[in-house]
Design a binder for this molecule. Structure first.
Ligand code: COA
Length: 371
């Protein structure tokens, strides 16, 4: 049995949630461009969970359910405040979501109906947790969820403690739509592996958060902003990128395991970054990003992925870089839970094989005879 490094090209299961075919991404068959232009995040959440777009009543019911379930159990909120000052936001998120499971009275009920209710609670509360993490890290009191706001609006409100602008709400909502699902990416696969043992939905989402945290996956967006700040000024770009190439280091926010011609989500974030830069009259991060893109495309033929222009877009929205990856989770929890529901509905343990390359004829050496 020969192993495929990184499972590249391996088709691990059937799924009808999202597809990447010929560099085109769809959620339930609807092109991501169509959704990015027309759908709000809650419509996409419904679409991922139920396989069809909601009618008006269904959408309003989901929005209401997300609002009603957004408040955190007081114990989880108190724990968040007690985490070490040195903890990274993704570590805080991972731990808080794990704690959420212990305060969910339905945690042990693995029926599809209970899991859908838990998916609503997880989606509503991860948003509240991420906003609270930001507040706690700033030494500020967390802001309780607003009883009337939509999902994107509520997150920005809980983050900053004031009503967000229409422009910020629309931009953030679109970013949420673009990040909601992505076939068998590493974190989604981690979630599916976990629940395929018939472990619970919270364990699946905690596994996913752990996988998302890494810089080769969701952690890349924060690293992009660190790079932009490290470079500092447009004149330093050329030398900085060449130095990275010479050292054979990766440029964060470029390349993809599946896309060859380019990530279809990137162009939307590119445009959002351009528009926000203009609106804020602050072109620096956008122009630097475009310059980096030109060099990486020319020298390596690698187009930007979803993370590259997310960095400048979020920065223009006033979101600190440490929150970029947690925000990815705020959206992607919808996809994780859709995949978890799909996995449970037609489950089989996920247990691949390894190509063993170690010795086969070794024998036991008694302790006192070893070097
Ligand atoms: N910068 C520079 N070179 C890159 C690169 C990048 N961002 N991404 C890939 N490459 C190069 C690799 O060095 C390798 O070159 P080589 O064949 O000469 O050794 C080749 O392209 C293949 O890369 P590899 O890492 O094997 O591809 P992969 O399919 O395993 O990895 C990613 C895919 C996304 C992990 C990879 O492109 C990457 O690390 N990108 C940066 C992190 C990132 O943005 N992650 C978010 C993904 S949405």
């Amino acid at each position: 049995m020969a192993a495929t490094q990184g499972l590249e090209g391996v088709v691990a299961a059937q799924s009808s949630i999202s597809s990447i075919i010929d560099d085109t991404l769809t959620y339930r068959g609807i092109n991501i461009d169509d959704l990015a232009e027309n759908a709000c995040f809650e419509e996409v959440v419904y679409l991922l969970w139920h396989g069809k777009l909601p009618n008006r009543t269904e959408l309003e019911q989901l929005q209401q359910a997300l609002r009603e379930n957004a408040a955190l159990p007081p114990e989880v909120l108190a724990q968040l405040k007690a985490y070490p000052k040195t903890a990274a936001p993704m570590e805080m998120l991972r731990t808080a979501v794990s704690a959420l499971g212990m305060y969910d009275p339905e945690a042990g009920d693995n029926t599809q109906e209970a899991n859908l209710r838990k998916a609503i609670r997880l989606t509503a509360r991860i948003s509240t947790i991420v906003a609270a993490i930001h507040r706690v890290r700033q030494g500020l009191e967390p802001v309780a969820p607003h009883p009337e706001y939509g999902f994107a609006q509520n997150f920005l409100y809980m983050l900053n403690g004031e009503a967000p602008s229409e422009v910020a709400i629309r931009a953030f909502d679109k970013a949420l739509v673009l990040h909601a699902d992505h076939e068998f990416n590493a974190s989604t696969f981690a979630a599916r592996v976990t629940v395929a043992t018939l472990s619970d939905i919270y364990s699946g989402v905690v596994s996913a958060i752990g996988a998302l945290k890494g810089p080769l996956h969701g952690g890349a967006n924060e690293q992009v902003m660190r790079m932009l700040e490290e470079i500092g000024t447009p004149e330093r770009i050329e030398a900085y990128i060449q130095d990275k190439f010479n050292k054979k280091e990766k440029i964060m926010g470029f390349g993809h395991r599946v896309y060859r011609k380019g990530d279809p989500r990137a162009k939307h974030l590119h445009e959002m970054s351009r528009e926000l830069a203009k609106l804020k009259n602050d072109p620096k991060w956008f122009e630097m990003s475009e310059k980096i893109e030109a060099i990486v495309v020319k020298e390596k033929g690698l187009p930007p992925n979803v993370d590259f222009y997310s960095a400048s877009t979020y920065t223009y929205l006033g979101i600190p870089k440490e929150l970029f990856t947690p925000i990815f989770a705020v959206s992607r929890v919808s996809g994780w839970t859709a995949h978890i529901l799909e996995q449970y509905a037609n489950n089989r343990l996920i247990r691949p094989r390894a190509e063993y390359v170690g010795p086969t004829k070794a024998s036991y050496i008694p302790l006192d005879q070893r070097d």
